[in-house]
Each structure stands twice: as C-alpha cells, then as structure tokens.
Design a protein around this ligand. Structure first.
Ligand SMILES: *[C@@H]1O[C@H](CO)[C@@H](O)[C@H](O)[C@H]1NC(C)=O
Ligand SMILES: *[C@@H]1O[C@H](CO)[C@@H](O)[C@H](O)[C@H]1NC(C)=O
Ligand SMILES: [Zn+2]
Length: 501
C-alpha cells in the first residue's frame, strides 16, 4: 500500500449517520480509508495525530455568510471582514467550507457580472474552501435568463431573495418568477421572510413616539411580521411546486408554519442560527455605553423574547424542522463611527436610531463550539445540521459534509477529549480568542465545553490550537463549483404547468 499522508488514530468518528471509533487514513487531500482501532500502524503514514479519545467530525459547512459586500442595505455600515479575515476566522472555529453571498442591487443588470466581481475579491484570499449564492435584487427577464449558465457553467446552484429591505425587496409576482425559473434549472431558492411594508409602518409609528433606542429594533419586527411572511413565502413556493429554504428562522411560530408545510410533503427547508438559541431582546436593551451597547446584538430577524422561544427553536432542531444551522455572519465593527455600529450616533440621536444601526452580528468562528457546548442535540444531529445537510442542500455532498473513503475531502475537526479544554469548567469565550476583524463578539463571556483542537482542510492541518494556532495559508481555500441539491425537490417532475390549475 502507498504511504498515507496523514493517519489520525484514537478518535470517535461522528457523521450524520454513524458514530464509531475509527482511525482515518488520508492521502492526496481525500479520506483514503477508515479502519478499526489498532489495525493501522502510524509508520504507514508520513504524519500521525493521536486524537486521544476525542470526537472527530466532518469540517463545518457554513452556508450563510456575508463577506466584503458592497453597501446595499442603507446606512453607513460596511462589512468589516474581507474574504481573507472571514475565512481565517472560519477555519479557527472548525468551519472548512463557507458559502457567501454575491449581491445584486436593483440597479445592476447582470448576475454574471456581479459574480465575476465577487470572484475577483475572493480569489487567492481564502483560508477555507468557498462558494457563492447569488443574491437577486432585480429578477428582470434578462436576469432570469442567466439562471441556466449560473448553475450549469458557474457552479452556483442557489440564490437568495428578500421580502424586506428597500434595495432588495421583491413583490410577490417577482418572487414567483424567481421560484419558477429556479425550479426549472434545479436551483434552490433561499428567502428572507419578513414583511418589509409592515415593519416600515411599525418603524414610523415608533419614530412618532420618539422610541428609537436599539431595543426598538425588536419592537419594530415582532414575530408576527416573520410568521406572516413565512406563511406567504410557503404559499408561493407551494403554488409553483418549487423547493425553498427559509433563512434565519427566529420565531417558533414561523417554525410551526414551516413544519406544517413539511408535514404535507412540500420540499421546504429551514435554517436557524445561534443568535436565536442564545440571545434575547434583553441583550438589545443593554444599558452599557450610554445605552447603545445593545446595538452589538442588532440583527434581523431580532433575537426573540426569552427561553421559551429558544426552546421552540431547539425543539425544531431536534425534530427535523430545521435542515441547516448557519451563522449568518454579518460583521460590523462596534466602535467605528464611520462604518460600524456607531455610525448611527449623532448629536440628534446620542443613543443612535435603531433604523440605521448596521444590521448583523459576527459568528462564523463561534457557531460550532457554542452549539456543541450546549449539548441539547445529539452529536449526529449536530453534524447533520452544521455540515451534512448544508452540503446536501447546496450540492456539495458527499465531497463535503461526509467522511466517505475515496470520495470525501479530508476536512475534519478534531475536538478535545471530554473535560480537557480548560478543565471541567470549560473555556470562557472572549473576543481576543477570535480571528475575525470585528472588535466584539455578541457571545462574550459564554462558557464553552469544547473547541476545535485541530481543523484539517483537504488533508492539511490549518488550525492547531495547542501548537502554532492558525497554520493555514491564505489562498489555500478553493472555489467550489456546486451541483444540484440532493434533498427532495419538486413533487411533480417536469416543467411547472400552469394549465394544471
Ligand atoms: C417540531 O418543532 C417545531 C418547531 O419548533 C414545532 O412547531 C413542532 O410542534 C414540533 N413537532 C413535534 C412533533 O414535536
Ligand atoms: C473607540 O474609538 C475611539 C476613537 O477611535 C477611541 O478613542 C476609544 O478608545 C475606543 N474605545 C474602545 C472601547 O475601543
Ligand atoms: Zn444574512
């Protein structure tokens, strides 16, 4: 047998389908073989790592990431992470693949041009492997014609649309155009479900009363705004029998709407994020920094009211309502008065105005550890929602999200053996630990029971926490051409046929 490049022994392998003590042989960046413990001698490999009884999982796949985006959302906020700093942060937290957005504003005529620009920003700069979802702001007839080349030539098999934000909000007929055209090409549509008109109205009513502190961001977008839009999005997808993922679901009531549609057999998928498991509205009412500190947790949809909401989202993860758990990493500096959260502070609004707070929080590096430490889902479910399912839904499986010999890339996270990360107490999360280009984490001070000890990407150790830390190289990350989803698609084969109504 040819020598292996790397042999990892002594680990408990966890995939979405299995848990077993298995040694892993790696050659040419791929999983070469799996073997029962004791069968392979370290001498058959150039390099050997002893996992010491710890869990080993496939590298994380984070399919909701905003990096280096041009301004589209109003206000003065600008992404503080580039492709370089964002993907650097990803690998240090165990995520080996990210899918970021390539955003088209209404004024831009071509998706393919937008995609080219994104490639230019990312090429040669990434630490992790990466792909793009198109973010479609203007589904003109010419743009719809680009869907074929997008999936067939560019390897972009998913796109995202919005029911809110002036620069991006689509009308229902435009949403139908996108769903229908996507269905025809085997593209998965992602949708941001909040009713933009209603939340604009809520915002005006709050302004009339002078209620503009950060916490009113939550007041302006209550659960019903999300639940209504989710119900409407589901109806539109059902009408044209198109697969759809509802991104960043925060509300158990919206989750129940999706669950009901799934029970009827519709190809509907849902995503949630750590902010909806750990943060609440109270975090936006933080009294610090003259009452502005809550801006650190302003994102959309907002973190909900309390533990009962978190429980509903955890339940949805346990019972399969949620397909995917992503970060929605959308990074802004806090203490930056030009481009950060503080860009909204003025003489008139010394505590800011919720309407203009750059909307989003960082979380690409903390996603896996936070959720694993909480231990409210099984390890297999953890792998399913953070790695295997996102790879399946976005056409990367089983190259990513699995550990199949001969097929899967050798992307691994080797965790710490239980209780061995800073003792039984665990580790206290601080922003200094992190590798993003952001001056805070909304999860500061949380206790973590585990953290990636090693991250391995295509057979190369890129993160070695007890050694030199970040050891990956900028530019090692490759662009991934993606295929169609391998999760269930339209219920009826063939083109959507209007005459069937
Ligand atoms: C599954 O979770 C969803 C979302 O929280 C919830 O609405 C639904 O009632 C749950 N279903 C079951 C059978 O537990
Ligand atoms: C925030 O930025 C200001 C101006 O650049 C600086 O003086 C101050 O020390 C910073 N504060 C923190 C907490 O970083
Ligand atoms: Zn997002």
């Amino acid at each position: 047998m040819d020598k292996l490049d790397l042999l990892v022994t002594g680990g408990i392998l966890v995939t979405a389908s299995d848990t077993a003590p298995l040694d892993i042989g790696i050659r040419d960046g791929k999983i070469a073989l799996l073997a029962p413990p004791g069968l392979l001698s370290p001498s058959i490999a150039t390099k050997h790592i002893d996992a010491g009884g710890a869990y080993i999982t496939p590298g994380g796949v984070d399919t909701h990431v905003h990096l280096e985006e041009p301004p589209l959302f109003g206000g003065r906020g600008r992404s503080s992470d580039t492709f370089e700093t964002g993907t650097r942060s990803a690998i240090c937290g165990g995520t080996t693949t990210v899918v970021a957005f390539a955003p088209q504003a209404k004024s831009m005529p071509s998706l393919l041009e937008v995609l080219r620009d994104c490639h230019d920003r990312a090429r040669g700069n990434c630490y992790s492997d990466y792909g793009f979802h198109m973010l479609v702001g203007n589904p003109s007839p010419a743009v719809l014609k680009e869907f074929g080349p997008l999936i067939n030539e560019e390897g972009v098999s998913s796109l995202k649309i919005y029911m809110t934000y002036e620069a991006l909000q689509l009308r229902d007929d435009e949403i139908l155009d996108v769903l229908c055209e996507s269905r025809g090409h085997g593209i998965t549509t992602m949708i941001h479900a909040e009713n933009g008109d209603v939340l604009n109205w809520m915002t005006r009513k709050l302004e009339e009363r002078g209620l503009v502190d950060p916490v009113y961001h939550a007041t302006s977008r209550p659960q019903i705004v999300e639940t209504e839009a989710t119900g409407r999005a589901v109806a539109l997808a059902e009408l044209v029998d198109a697969p759809m993922l509802i991104v960043h679901v925060s509300s158990p009531r919206a989750a129940a709407v999706i669950r009901e549609a799934q029970t009827r057999g519709l190809p509907l998928y849902a995503e949630t994020c750590p902010q909806y498991l750990f943060l609440t509205r109270a975090d936006m009412a933080h009294p610090g920094d003259n009452g502005f500190e809550g801006a650190k947790c302003v994102c959309s949809p907002p973190p909900r009211d309390g533990p009962e909401d978190h429980d509903g989202i955890w339940l949805g993860l346990q019972n399969g309502t949620f397909t995917v758990l992503s970060s929605d990493h959308c990074p802004f500096m806090y203490n930056d008065t030009e481009k950060g959260k503080k860009s909204i502070i003025s003489e008139k609004y010394p505590r800011g105005h919720f309407k203009g707070i750059p909307n989003g929080i960082p979380g690409i590096e903390t996603r896996l550890s936070l959720v694993m430490s909480e231990a409210r889902i099984t390890m297999q479910k953890f792998v399913e929602v953070t790695s295997a399912n996102p790879a399946k839904l976005y056409g990367l499986y089983p190259r990513k999200g699995a550990l199949l010999p001969g097929v899967s890339d050798a992307d691994l996270v080797i965790w710490y053996p239980e209780g061995q990360l800073s003792g039984a107490e665990g580790l206290t999360l601080t922003n200094e630990m992190l590798h993003h280009n952001v001056d805070y984490t909304p999860f500061e001070g949380r206790k973590l029971k585990n953290w990636p000890r090693y991250t391995i990407l295509r057979g190369e150790v890129v993160w070695d926490r007890d050694g030199d830390g970040l050891v990956g190289k900028k530019g090692y990350g490759e662009f991934l051409k993606r295929g169609k989803s391998s999760l269930p698609g339209p219920r009826k084969a063939g083109e959507f046929d209007i005459s069937q109504f």
